[in-house]
Design a protein around this ligand. Sequence first.
Ligand SMILES: [Zn+2]
Length: 192
Amino acid sequence: MIDEGRVVLPGDKVAVTEELKAGDGTYEINGEIFSSIVGIFRIDRKKMIALVEPITSVPLVIKEGDIVICEVKQIGDAMMICRILHIANKKRQIAGEKDVAIHISNISEEYVENIGEKFRIGDIIRAKIIKAEPVLQATAKEKEFGVIKAYCTNCRNPLIRKNNLLECRVCGSVEKRKIADDYGEGDIDRGD
Ligand SMILES: [Zn+2]
């Protein structure tokens, strides 16, 4: 079981049903409880329920240099658009719905022909804001940036890292991504 108070992502395992029941912000599969949202893991000890609370409070302005956790929403020829879910080390809500653009030249240190070779829609990634105005732009180039959590394109289960590839333990699919060096460790507050 993970520590209470930790920020978790959709698909992160938070507890097992031998210990707790699945509450708000979670779901259960085969005796394991997973987070269904980006939020803070809590335990209701009276009822022995696992909960994930949405991250709320003061709206936050995004600045150049911020490390952001985003979900890939759209992939084009020249750039991809990601929805910002969280700013590292700031347990506050983002003001409005914020999208960030990542240009193909900022996807990887290697030459990239198609962004779709490195990222897929629905991937959770870590990136750094390089421009805040007039539109937010980020880079995923360095080794700490890239995908931190990806879901199987066949069955949507979280993919497990196997060397430099990602594998689905449910359907066996093997996929490629530009992964961050800590893929799968789930520390979304790294950076800063
Ligand atoms: Zn699968």
